[in-house]
Design a protein. Structure first.
Length: 308
C-alpha cells in the first residue's frame, strides 16, 4: 500500500472532513490546512510530510502513526531500497537484530548514531539506543546500511552476514601483526575542520592502512586542523583516511575543495544550485556555497587518533 493509499484509508475510516482533520491537527500544534491534506491524499506534495505531521494526522484519524511514518519513508525511497523495506514488519526488532550482528564497535554504526542522535554510545546498549531514537532516525540508520550494501553489490542479508563474520574473525584472530598486508598511502598536508585553509597537496610522509577500507579506490591521508567535526570524534591533530571519489551521500564526511583554492572537511548536501557544507560541531552553522564552486575529492573512511 502506498503512502497516499494509507492517507485515504485513514481519512475514510475517520469519517472526518479534511477541514475537521486540519482543525484538530492545528489544535495539537500542527498548523496545516485542508488543501495540504488534500495534496497528501492525492500524492501531489513536492516534499514528503514530516514525521511530526504524519504522527499527528494518524492520531487524529485513528490510524497507526508508526505505520504511516514508515510507509511515507518507503514511498519516497529509491526502488532498490523499497524492495528491502517492504519486507520489514517491525523496524525496532529488525534494527536491533541488525546492529547486534554488526556490533557496537562498528564504525559505520557509531558515526550514524552520533550524527543523528547526538549521543555518545560507549556506555549504553543497542536496545537503549533504539528506545531513545526517533522513528526517522531509525529509518536513516537502516538506510545507511542498505546504501552501503548496494555500493558493494550485495544484498542486505549478505552484507550483514559478511560484517558479522568479519567481526567474529577480528575478535578471534590471534595471528601476529603483518605490515605486508597493509597498503601505504601518502599523507598530504592538513585539512581544515573549521574555516577552510589554503589547498595543500605536498606529500609530508606516508601511513599504512587496511586496503579493504578503500574498496579498490585510490587513497590518501590528511591531518585535521580545527574542531568543526568534533561531533564525529574528529579533533584537531587527528588523521583522516580518504578514499578518492567525486560523489558522496549526505551522511558521508567529505573532503571538499572550494573555488579551486581552499579545502575543508564537511558533510555536503545539495540544495538546487547551492551546496550546504555541514559541520558536526553544535556551536557552528552550515555554510551555503554555490554548487559550481564546490568540488568533492574524497570520502572519509577512517579516523586515526591518539590519546590527548
Amino acid at each position: 500500500m502506498t503512502y497516499s493509499d494509507l492517507v485515504n484509508e485513514y481519512i475514510e475510516k475517520s469519517g472526518l472532513s479534511l477541514g475537521e482533520i486540519a482543525k484538530r491537527m492545528t489544535d495539537r500544534g500542527i498548523k496545516i490546512d485542508r488543501s495540504y491534506i488534500s495534496m497528501l491524499k492525492n500524492n501531489k506534495t513536492k516534499n514528503p510530510a514530516s514525521e511530526e505531521v504524519n504522527r499527528a494526522f494518524a492520531e487524529v484519524t485513528g490510524g497507526d502513526p508508526e505505520k504511516l511514518v514508515f510507509t511515507s519513508f518507503i514511498d519516497r525511497a529509491p526502488e532498490t531500497i523499497k524492495a528491502v523495506l517492504e519486507n520489514i514488519n517491525d523496524i525496532d526488532t529488525y534494527i536491533s537484530t541488525l546492529l547486534k550482528k554488526v556490533g557496537m564497535d562498528n564504525t559505520l554504526f557509531q558515526e550514524q548514531i552520533k550524527e543523528l542522535c547526538g549521543k555518545e554510545i560507549s556506555n549504553i546498549t543497542i536496545d537503549d539506543l533504539i528506545d531513545v531514537m526517533s522513528f526517522e532516525e531509525k529509518l536513516e540508520v537502516l538506510k545507511v546500511f542498505i546504501e552501503d550494501s548496494f555500493s558493494q553489490n550485495k544484498t542486505l542479508e549478505k552484507y550483514i552476514s559478511d560484517l558479522d563474520q568479519k567481526r567474529f574473525h577480528e575478535k578471534s584472530n590471534v595471528l601476529p601483526f603483518n605490515s605486508e598486508s597493509l597498503l601505504q598511502i601518502p599523507l598530504v598536508g592538513r585539512i581544515a575542520a573549521g574555516v577552510p585553509i589554503e589547498r595543500i597537496e605536498n606529500i609530508e610522509g606516508y601511513t599504512l592502512v587496511d586496503p579493504a577500507i578503500l574498496r579498490g579506490k585510490e587513497g590518501f591521508a590528511l591531518t585535521v586542523q580545527g574542531d568543526s567535526m568534533i561531533g564525529d570524534r574528529i579533533h584537531d591533530g587527528d588523521m583522516v583516511i580518504i578514499a578518492k571519489q567525486k560523489e558522496v551521500n549526505p551522511h558521508d564526511i567529505a573532503v571538499v575543495v572550494i573555488d579551486h583554492e581552499t579545502v575543508t572537511l564537511k558533510r555536503v548536501r545539495k540544495e538546487g544550485s547551492m551546496c550546504l557544507l555541514i559541520p558536526s560541531n553544535p556551536t557552528m552553522q552550515p555554510s551555503l556555497i554555490p554548487a559550481e564552486q564546490v568540488e568533492i575529492i574524497g570520502k572519509v573512511v577512517e579516523v586515526k587518533f591518539w590519546p590527548k
